[in-house]
Design a protein around this ligand. Structure first.
Ligand SMILES: Cc1ncc(COP(=O)(O)O)c(C=O)c1O
Length: 414
């Protein structure tokens, strides 16, 4: 990504050209960023020790999944349809781990029939699984009692979290395993998403390994995802080199103590795909009040919900007028709710931007994760197209939705 002569270029293609070809608004992904994020992460760990399961909830476009497959990624899936999409995108069943929550037996049965590993997150589900599939192998998700994340909605460990078997109840899991002759071959944990320091990760690792030690038949320990990325220009990145070294060292020590070889798994979503994605939109309106200058665009929280849902910051560029005089503005979407504010950062809603005028293109950065995948058709607006760019070429990887797409499930219509 670079800005030349006031215009933003993605993989050497101007934003203007992309939007003229594919329309507005538009999600654009840079292939080279996705590949380099994966390579950088995997090169931090010794070969053969680690299996990276891309958490496809972050972004499940099959064209992006295929790039990650080529890079050597496996998959973390959380629903039956995610499993199906991964399989049909070319992943082998053995590359997929299914960690849903509050699963139905039907979802579990689907995974078992497909030979996809099931990871169970409660004692009740372990019991249901044991009744249905006695004398088989399964893994369990443990809540290590510690959580972390960029927002309370994203903390998935600790006593406030619905996820996993609480670490002090693990003996009950062993009792169920005994009752149904189950082999528990893996321990999984994921303490939250958007984590910016190594400490909670390493602390949770200690807790998880304390629990893991008690499992007699382990083949893997899965430490989940959660690795944060710098959304703000001044924000420091999580030092993945340091963290990967520390995790490797600790895991090797654990293997020695445990007495036989084990694999380490992680499940990054955001770290791999967030920096690869940009949402482009067009300024359609300017409205001033005594308090604010509102800049209206042809997108909204239906396409990027993170600012509204979490107060999450996304850097915004004026992709058409980068060197214009700056002004404090509030960037708002076209959804009929006053919370539809894309320049939000916590409680702050204004952003200093090169003063936008109607017709300017705005770029929202680092939206590759939990951007399109959390989008909706609210206000009966279609979702935008997705485009992949690489070395001066662009390719449509999901067309924009049409009126027909939005109406096709209605029964009493046409
Ligand atoms: C079980 C599990 N694994 C992995 C992830 C991916 O998290 P992140 O995108 O922060 O790496 C999530 C996301 O919440 C998750 O629930």
């Amino acid at each position: 990504m670079e800005i030349t002569d006031n215009t933003l270029y993605l993989a050497d293609i101007s934003v203007e050209r992309l939007m003229q070809e594919y329309g507005s608004p538009l999600y654009v992904y840079e292939e080279s960023v996705l590949r380099s994020q994966f390579r950088q992460l995997s090169s931090g760990f010794p070969q053969g020790l680690l299996e990276i399961h891309y958490s496809m909830k972050a972004n499940s476009n099959p064209s992006l999944l295929k790039i990650l497959l080529e890079e050597g990624s496996s998959i973390d899936a959380v629903s039956e349809f995610e499993v199906r999409l991964a399989l049909e995108s070319g992943f082998e069943p053995q590359q997929i781990i299914f960690t849903g929550n509050n699963n139905t037996l039907a979802e579990i049965e689907f995974c078992v029939e497909q030979n996809v590993a099931v990871n169970l997150g409660s004692l009740a589900l372990l019991e249901i699984y044991g009744q249905r599939y006695p004398q088989t192998t399964v893994s369990v998700r443990v809540n290590p009692g510690i959580g972390a994340g960029h927002h309370s909605h994203c903390i998935t460990g600790g006593p406030d979290s619905k996820f996993g078997i609480y670490h002090d109840q693990i003996e009950n899991a062993f009792a169920l395993a005994k009752k149904y002759k189950l082999t528990l071959n893996g321990v999984h944990s994921h303490i939250g998403t958007g984590i910016y320091s190594a400490e909670p990760m390493l602390e949770a690792m200690e807790m998880i390994l304390d629990v893991a030690e008690k499992f007699p038949d382990l083949e893997f320990v899965d430490f989940g995802g959660g690795f944060g990325i710098p959304y703000r220009p001044e924000q420091l990145a999580l030092d993945m080199n340091d963290l990967s070294q520390k995790m490797t060292g600790r895991f090797r020590k654990f293997i020695q103590k445990y007495g036989h070889d084990l694999r380490m798994k992680i499940e990054p979503g955001r770290l791999l795909i967030a920096p690869a994605g940009v949402l482009l939109a067009t300024v359609t309106n300017i409205t001033d009040t005594p308090k604010y200058s509102f800049v209206g665009i042809d997108s909204g929280f239906n396409h990027l919900v993170r600012p509204t849902m979490y107060g999450a910051y996304h850097q915004i560029l004026n992709a058409s007028r980068n060197s214009a005089a700056e002004k404090d503005v509030v960037v708002v979407g076209n959804i009929c709710e006053s919370g539809d504010i894309l320049s939000r950062s916590g409680d702050e809603i204004q952003r200093r931007l090169p003063s936008p005028v109607i017709g300017d293109r705005l770029a929202f950065l680092d939206v590759g994760a939990y951007g399109f995948s959390m989008s909706s058709q609210y206000n009966f607006r279609p979702r935008p197209a997705e485009v992949l760019v690489h070395e001066g070429r662009s390719r449509l990887i999901r067309r924009a939705e049409t009126f027909e797409d939005l109406t096709q499930c209605f029964v009493d219509f046409n």
